[in-house]
Design a protein around this ligand. Sequence first.
Ligand SMILES: NC(=O)c1ccc[n+]([C@@H]2O[C@H](COP(=O)([O-])OP(=O)(O)OC[C@H]3O[C@@H](n4cnc5c(N)ncnc54)[C@H](O)[C@@H]3O)[C@@H](O)[C@H]2O)c1
Ligand SMILES: N[C@H](CO)Cc1c[nH]c[nH+]1
Ligand SMILES: [Zn+2]
Length: 428
Amino acid sequence: MLKTYTYRSLQESDIQRLITRNTDPSRSIQQSVMAIMDEVRTNGDNALRMYAEKFDGVQLTDLALGSSDIAALASTIGREQQRALEIAFANIHRFHETQLRKERTVETMPGVTCWREPRPIERVGLYIPGGSAVLPSTLLMLGVPARIAGCREIVICSPPQADGRINGYIAYCLQLLKIETIYLTGGAQAIAAMAYGTDTIPKVDKIFGPGNQYVTKAKSLAQSLTNVSIDMPAGPSEVLVIADGTANPAYVAADLLAQAEHGADSQAILVSTDQHLVDEVQTALAAQLTQLPRADVASKSIANSYALLCENLEEAMAFSNRYAPEHLIIETDTWEPLVRKVSNAGSVFIGHLTPESAGDYASGTNHTLPTSGYARSYSGVSVDAFVKKITFQHITAEGLRNIGPTVEVLAELEGLQAHKNAVSVRMG
Ligand SMILES: NC(=O)c1ccc[n+]([C@@H]2O[C@H](COP(=O)([O-])OP(=O)(O)OC[C@H]3O[C@@H](n4cnc5c(N)ncnc54)[C@H](O)[C@@H]3O)[C@@H](O)[C@H]2O)c1
Ligand SMILES: N[C@H](CO)Cc1c[nH]c[nH+]1
Ligand SMILES: [Zn+2]
């Protein structure tokens, strides 16, 4: 069950240990991923086939499925599942379409006009996890903002399943998104393929998507070894629940287990002001675990997690801000003052009736979020991530008279005469 710590008895070194997760201290993941990426760079599609056999247990001839295969697979799913995917698609679309707001044009001095306009990133690669669980929801979370942004080429990679194909739910989402091809490759090799390009898989400008530690390391290496950029490190899922005596222990336990079932390296942290609640959550965890098909994975993750007892909710929030969770759930009757104090979190779920699963699937917010403390500096995926915001400016004769002398002085103080001349030659 959850190990329990008391915040006031922790030293700074203990806090550092408690907020650190999935950093690959032995560099073993980095080494494996480097080797995989080199292999893909050198041997392209043949390397992808070799890794499909090694990691996914399938022999592939074709690395891609086209629209007729996708249509056949999509037709196998039930009406209820279609409907749920359509509602999720619509809510995600509704939430994300507001993000492409036009910005104001600014006249910084009379005759000097500056503004910013978004332009889609032309070629984007979306990674859809499919190792221990296939996540069609992730395809919607990445595909919808890519479509809203207007990206010209959307490359999708996901690990092949045991039958050498994808499941029908992924296929249905591809149809909702009007995407006609999917590439059957997963893990670090998929990221390498999109970063370097192979005969079959196009090289992209930016790679998006969550994944396990291999995928996440490959994304960061791809960014440093090639000119591809990435959305953010979105690795093993995590949740931190702040709960006081008003929380329902069954709800808290369910929320912790919902992230714990993602993987043994996931973390589910309970931060509470109430010892009695912690005890009740432990009991509820034990009871609910026995009912879960993925109890094996979830119990390993719970063993890799902890509960922390704090004196008050301010202290609880201070710890949460240091931990910087991917998901923060606030299960207290009074939450407004706490919400104002959130400074580091990927996505926040407020009140007793807001399960994090709602955001994972269908409320509309994006579930591709920074993990391992990266919520201190990264935002989750949004339409912004699929565009570049380009600045523009225009200067009139009046503007040049206004701004010119300032630029000349600044160029001169930096010793850059040619910069000064570019102004002076126009001012006559
Ligand atoms: N942060 C987020 O936004 C977010 C969202 C959804 C899911 N997730 C996380 O994504 C992850 C999905 O992981 P997954 O494993 O189920 O699927 P995955 O698709 O990320 O990884 C599967 C692939 O990993 C590779 N792999 C497995 N073992 C390997 C090894 N020993 N060496 C090299 N490569 C290996 C294989 O190629 C396999 O196809 C989970 O950790 C989940 O918590 C995060
Ligand atoms: N909780 C995951 C993000 O960490 C997203 C997800 C997809 N499916 C279920 N959950
Ligand atoms: Zn989830």
